[in-house]
Design a protein around this ligand. Structure first.
Ligand SMILES: Cc1ncc(C[n+]2csc(CCOP(=O)(O)OP(=O)(O)O)c2C)c(N)n1
Ligand code: SF4
Ligand SMILES: [Mg+2]
Length: 391
């Protein structure tokens, strides 16, 4: 039978008065405490003290960092790593040369997601975990806009895990900054998908039994075209990573280690502090040998594994692996250097490759269809086929 020629049948009950589900006519009852004034994390609202390293470098002539600041009180706890990220982004903005009215920051929910309030650009503090979807919609409608997504480890990897991976595989042309503090900050210290095994929190009083995500290999697994890691306490490195992320055409995924000094203080001190950083961090750079510990140690491949060695009498710098961010295989191996005892952890651009973006492909498709079928008529489309009136 030709389904298209059938007389339209109304969906059951379409002309009847709708029957409401039980209880839906009643005055809504609120969940306990829902009417109360929201409580902020301890210390929020106080004058901020910048964490070490938050000073960063200067801005060029023309627009300055000040032009990207707002009159909003920054409501993060004093000493929070979010301040350093905000300062770095505000310093970078004038150098990118994108007009403020063409720049949009979209966030989900969390301490980190308060970011758009503090940027004198367009912005949206949106729905928990959904910033990637809203950003995809915005880029589809306005591909000319420069869109940044701000998200936390809970926002992007718990409730928003699904939305994140689809943004990456589609290669929507945006920058996504994942503020990873390995904790739910805003809701006062529950363990998150990046918290380490055994982590004791209010929601894991006997220690977390969840295996944590490694955001870098997760992004690689979703076929992201730009994958990088940086840290709040190295603003110079952060700024250069954000600059290259911005220059990349496609979804740029940047994980930023961010200290939550209230609920997870020191989670990354091994990587960020002056005394421990050299032995625990390897900065990866294209075409450069993988050395660390102030050039005293190197990394090389032994089969599919990385091994660490001392640069000296037995091994020279020439034995070190030279990094190549266009190799997905290498990025996978190096990305797996994650919370490994006696091994450094990599920071820098793990992977970068060119692939057509979602927004470009969408417009190529639209133009192709218009050329074949002519410009569409939305009204005609909405009234085409079977329609009926619900009374
Ligand atoms: C639908 C929904 N579920 C849960 C919450 C509660 N909630 C608010 S923020 C948050 C997690 C935030 O953690 P993260 O994304 O890591 O941000 P941070 O505060 O650490 O920056 C949760 C679970 C919510 N606001 N909405
Ligand atoms: S992330 Fe932690 S330190 Fe930062 S504002 Fe939230 S609770 Fe405070
Ligand atoms: Mg968090």
């Amino acid at each position: 039978m030709d389904e298209g020629k059938k007389k339209p049948t109304l969906p059951p009950g379409a002309t009847r008065k709708p029957t409401l589900p039980p209880g839906s006519g009643k005055k809504p009852t609120m969940p306990p405490g829902a009417g109360r004034k929201p409580t902020m994390p301890p210390g929020a609202g106080k004058k901020p003290t910048l964490p070490p390293g938050a000073g960063g470098d200067g801005a060029p002539a023309g627009l300055t960092r000040k032009d990207f600041e707002t009159d909003q009180d920054v409501r993060w706890c004093p000493g929070c790593g979010d301040y350093a990220i905000l300062a770095t982004v505000q310093r970078l903005m004038p150098e990118l040369g994108v007009p403020r009215e063409k720049t949009v920051f979209i966030s989900g929910i969390g301490c980190s997601s308060r970011f758009p309030y503090y940027m004198n650009t367009y912005g949206m503090h949106s729905i928990h975990g959904r910033a990637p979807s809203i950003a995809t919609g915005l880029k589809a409608a306005r591909p000319d806009l420069d869109v940044w997504i701000i998200t936390g480890d809970g926002d992007s990897l718990s409730i928003g895990g699904n939305h994140l991976i689809h943004l990456l595989r589609r290669n929507v042309n945006v920058q996504l900054l994942l503020f990873n503090n390995q904790i739910y900050g805003l809701t006062k210290g529950q363990y998150s998908p990046t918290s380490e095994e055994g982590k004791v929190t209010k929601s894991s009083p006997y220690g977390s039994i969840d295996h944590p995500f490694n955001p870098i290999t997760l992004a690689l697994g979703a076929d992201a075209t730009y994958v990088a890691r940086t840290m709040d306490r190295d603003p110079k490195h952060m700024k250069e990573i954000l600059r290259t992320a911005h220059g990349h055409a496609g979804a740029s995924f940047v994980e930023i280690y961010q200290n939550c000094n209230i609920f997870n203080d020191g989670a990354f001190f091994a990587y960020t502090e002056k005394d421990s950083k050299p032995d625990n961090v390897v900065f990866i750079e294209d075409g450069k040998p993988m050395t660390y510990a102030n050039g005293k140690r190197g990394l090389k491949l032994d089969g599919y594994n990385l091994v660490s060695f001392e640069i000296g009498s037995d091994h020279s710098i020439d034995d070190c692996l030279t990094y190549n961010s266009s190799s997905r295989e290498l990025a996978g191996i190096v990305g797996r250097l994650f919370q490994k005892p006696d091994m450094p952890q990599p920071f820098g651009v793990f992977y970068q490759v060119n692939r057509s973006t979602y927004d470009d492909q969408l417009y190529v498709q639209i133009e192709g269809i218009k050329a074949k079928k002519g410009v569409g008529d939305l009204d005609a489309l909405l009234n085409a086929g079977d329609t009926w009136v619900v009374e």
